[in-house]
Design a binder for this molecule. Sequence first.
Ligand code: ADP
Ligand code: MG
Length: 285
Amino acid sequence: MTFPATDLAATRTPATPAPASTPAQYARSAAHEPLLDVASVTLRYKTPRAVITATERVSFQVGTSDRMVLLGPSGCGKSTLLKAVGGYLAPSEGTITIKGRKVTEPGPDRMMVFQEFDQLLPWKTVLENVVFPLVDARGLPRREAIEKARHYIDKVHLSHALDSYPHTLSGGMKQRVAIARGMAMEPDILLMDEPFAALDALTRRTCQDELLQLWQDTKFTVLFVTHSIAEAIKIGNRILLLSPHPGRVKAEVVDVDKVSSTDGSAGRLEKDIHDLLFTGSEAGH
Ligand code: ADP
Ligand code: MG
């Protein structure tokens, strides 16, 4: 079920049938093939003791330049979904396709940014961390790779730290390098798994603002995972709400860009999403 951000409250009134989809979404899906299509995907972990179902029949689509957020409580399978889109885990049921190609393995068309600060190569400088995959995975000539790396490092405001090693950087700087590294690859989609969750509140806000500014500049496509409702509303233009373990789609909120923190609509949406996630009322039922 898809709901416009400004009218999510309608989902709390079962008597009001919610629209099947917004006109904007119909228009988009009719006009183009989605960039990313996750179709009825069930993901399981087989451990020696048990089979754990992380997500069950999750479906969603991401269009070019979407900022799609996967939002749900800890353990609902957000990271598992992102890993599956990354090609690190095969679905037990369903399919994942990027530009019509089935995802079967990791590839430079999908770059990941993680929460952990240790995702950089500690023995390489900031510049070399960004250059390395450009040469190694994209096969760019070194001179071209350096030029591209410098461009993206500049975009995350780290030109002064080109020759620094990761252990000398703050958490926020490390995350910016990881974002520059991912963006420099110019992937079809950037996959971000709670990239700012381990940062202090002020740095987190700065990093969120910078990411949005980067999006304004380049209109990249991102699939962003968070368990913070406020962060989801700030970052996303669409939000997929997942139920607790195993993760199922509760609702999809579209037109999130239309809410604003100045007129109170973002606050109302935050409350509506909170109620939807935690009161157990399943959208569309
Ligand atoms: P989230 O990112 O939403 O917090 P995860 O995707 O990390 O959730 O986990 C979803 C479920 O899958 C959880 O129940 C978790 O315990 C389980 N899980 C995650 N990784 C593994 C693994 N490697 N082996 C077994 N179970 C796992
Ligand atoms: Mg996670």
